[in-house]
Design a protein around this ligand. Structure first.
Ligand SMILES: [Zn+2]
Length: 312
C-alpha cells in the first residue's frame, strides 16, 4: 500500500443504517471543495460535528481516513436532480445510484495554492483505494462514477460539466483504474530523486514544520528540510531518507511542550524524547517531571526507545 490507512469514524448523526456489503454496486468519487485540506482534518470534522452528511473515505497525498464503515450507508449522493442536467450532461445515473448501493470517496487537496486540484499523490492513492474496493466488492470500472453522474452536482468540479473537464476525469483518473499501481511507499530517497514518493516525503516534512512546495522534486530545499528533521529527531544527519527517517516522518507530531516542563532543567531532553515518541505526557496534559517512575512506565519507555532505534 502506498498510503497510510487511518480510521476515525464519523458521529453517528452523520450516517445511516447498517447494510449488507453485497448491496455495494457503485463507487462514487467526490471532492471536498477545499483548497488546502487533509483526510485527517475531514475525519476529525465529521467525527466532532453533526452535519447530516458523510463519505466512507477521505484521501490525501499520504493517507486515507475511513470515516464511515463500508457496511454502513453514508449520506453522500442523495437529494434531488439538478435542474441544469440537460445542458451539463450530469445526472445520467439518477435513481440507479443511491446511498444504499454505493461507496463514496472524497479527494482532498492538501496543497494550498489558490487552485482546487488534488496532488498527483492524492490521485494515485484514490486510484489504489478504488481498485482495492472494486476487487473487494466486485465493482466494474463502468460503475466507478462521479457524484456529478448521480445528481448533476458539480462534484468533483474539476472533473465534470465541460468537455475539457470530462476528458480530465478520464485521463487523470478513470483510465488508470485498469493499470497496476504496485509501488514501494517508502523507498530510500536522495537529492535528485523525483515522483510520488518525494511528494509524500515533502508532505510529511511539512507536517513536521517545513514549508516546502510539494512538487515531487528532491532539490536543495528538500535536502535542507530532511537534514533539519533528522537533526531534530536524533537521527544520523545524512540527508538520505531511509527506513528510520521514514518511520520518524510517518509519526504524527505530538504537542511536546508540557506546561510543567517549560522551565525545568531537563526540558530539552524531555521534549526530544517526546518527539521521538519515547515518553508521553499524562492524561491531564502534564508531564510531572519530578514524579517517581513505576516499573511499568520504565518498561514502556525502554520498549519505545528500542522501537525508535531499530524500527521494530
Ligand atoms: Zn460529492
Amino acid at each position: 500500500m502506498s498510503y497510510i490507512f487511518k480510521t476515525n469514524i464519523a458521529s453517528k448523526s452523520n450516517y445511516g443504517a447498517e447494510r449488507n456489503p453485497s448491496k455495494i454496486k457503485y463507487i462514487v468519487i467526490h471532492f471536498t471543495a477545499n483548497d488546502g485540506d487533509t483526510d485527517e482534518g475531514n475525519g476529525n470534522y465529521f467525527h466532532n460535528n453533526t452535519v447530516k452528511a458523510s463519505a466512507h473515505y477521505f484521501v490525501d497525498s499520504d493517507s486515507v481516513t475511513q470515516s464511515v464503515p463500508d457496511n454502513y450507508v453514508a449520506w453522500s449522493v442523495g437529494g434531488s436532480k439538478y435542474a441544469d442536467c440537460a445542458s451539463t450532461g450530469g445526472g445520467k445515473l439518477y435513481g440507479a445510484v443511491t446511498n444504499t448501493n454505493s461507496l463514496s470517496i472524497e479527494l482532498c487537496d492538501d496543497c494550498k495554492n489558490g487552485r482546487i486540484y488534488p496532488s498527483e499523490a492524492t490521485i494515485g492513492n484514490a486510484i489504489e483505494l478504488t481498485k482495492s474496493l472494486m476487487e473487494k466488492y466486485n465493482v466494474s470500472p463502468e460503475h466507478v462514477i462521479r457524484h456529478f453522474d448521480v445528481t448533476g452536482k458539480r462534484c468533483p468540479d474539476y472533473w465534470c460539466g465541460t468537455s475539457a473537464k470530462n476528458t480530465l476525469w478520464l485521463t487523470d483518473f478513470w483510465d488508470k483504474l485498469a493499470g497496476s499501481t504496485a509501488e514501494d511507499p517508502t523507498p530510500v530517497l536522495r537529492e535528485g530523486d523525483s515522483g510520488n514518493a518525494v511528494e509524500r516525503l515533502q508532505t510529511r516534512l511539512n507536517v513536521w514544520g517545513s514549508d516546502l512546495d510539494v512538487d515531487g522534486s528532491f532539490g536543495p530545499l528538500t535536502l535542507e528540510a530532511v537534514k533539519k528533521f533528522q537533526a531534530d529527531s536524533g537521527l544520523e544527519v545524512d540527508g538520505s531518507v531511509g527506513p528510520l527517517t521514514w518511520t520518524a516522518l510517518l509519526r504524527d507530531p505530538v504537542d511536546v511542550v508540557f506546561p510543567d516542563t517549560v522551565d525545568h532543567w531537563a526540558t530539552k531532553e524531555i521534549t526530544e524524547l517526546a518527539r521521538m515518541g519515547i515518553v508521553h505526557g499524562l492524561s491531564n496534559g502534564l508531564f510531572n517531571p519530578d514524579g517517581a517512575i513505576s516499573r511499568a512506565e520504565a518498561a514502556v519507555m525502554v520498549r519505545n526507545a528500542v522501537k525508535y532505534i531499530t524500527g521494530k
